[in-house]
Design a protein around this ligand. Structure first.
Ligand SMILES: Cc1cc2nc3c(=O)[nH]c(=O)nc-3n(C[C@H](O)[C@H](O)[C@H](O)COP(=O)(O)O)c2cc1C
Length: 216
């Protein structure tokens, strides 16, 4: 193998910003997630709400992509997408999903696992109405995850839907919100020499949330 001028294996980052103490962790991991999201926003990291969403097809094959967290409400994590997209089809056949946040500037990762349900129509309507006009038109113009013949076709679809809805844009039935109800949330804080802090919260109906520390 020839020498790689871009030596990926030599890139090393040591982490030392903060520590994670179990005795300072709140009873609810959703409260801690909220705090970490707030700290990511205050630290002005790029896309503090971006999270990786992993879904699984009906034949057990995983796929992952980024989505934006649009709320942490009633113990659930909310995001929006097309129900007809690849992820939407996978969630319809298998509601089990995982989410991962990574804030490199804070040397923090949060992993969640749980089940995903569509939001009720009223909540999706309210969020859709708050989006900029062009994004609302985009939801009509995009058959998310379907093959697109050309970029021009997408622009044509956007102008077509713009003419159809010049002022008020209703929410398309194929577009709306999802809420993940977590049963597992793990907080990871980078530490020197790869001796990172990992605090795992697991939920069961009898005992609620229980915490444990994991080897890094
Ligand atoms: C930072 C970032 C944020 C994104 N946010 C969303 C989102 O909130 N909802 C969404 O449907 N797609 C979002 N996307 C696009 C998805 O990653 C993905 O391309 C799209 O949803 C289609 O995925 P699918 O074919 O697996 O359904 C985002 C992409 C990036 C890079």
């Amino acid at each position: 193998m020839s020498a790689d001028p871009l030596d990926l294996a030599a890139i090393r980052q040591d982490y030392a910003r903060q520590e994670l103490h179990e005795e300072r962790c709140p009873a609810s991991p959703v409260d801690l997630l909220h705090t970490w999201l707030q700290e990511a926003v205050l630290a002005k990291v790029l896309e503090p709400t971006a999270m990786n969403l992993a879904t699984v097809s009906s034949d057990g094959r995983p796929s992952a992509r980024m989505v934006l967290c649009k709320g942490v409400e009633n113990g659930q994590i909310v995001f929006y997408s097309s129900y007809a997209s690849r992820k939407g089809q996978q969630l319809a056949s298998n509601p089990h999903a995982a989410l991962t946040f990574f804030w490199p500037e804070l040397e923090r990762q949060v992993r969640l696992e749980g089940t995903v349900q569509p939001l009720d129509a009223a909540q999706s309507d309210a969020y859709f109405a708050s989006r900029p006009y062009a994004s609302r038109i985009g939801a009509w113009a995009s058959l998310q995850s379907q093959p697109l013949s050309s970029k021009a076709e997408l622009l044509l679809q956007a102008s077509k839907w713009g003419l159809r809805y010049p002022f008020t844009v209703p929410r398309p039935a194929h577009w709306g919100g999802y809420a993940l109800t977590p049963v597992l949330i793990e907080f990871w804080q980078g530490r020197p020499s790869r001796l990172h802090d990992r605090i795992l919260y697991q939920h069961n109906t009898a005992e609620g949330w229980r915490t444990s520390r994991l080897y890094p």
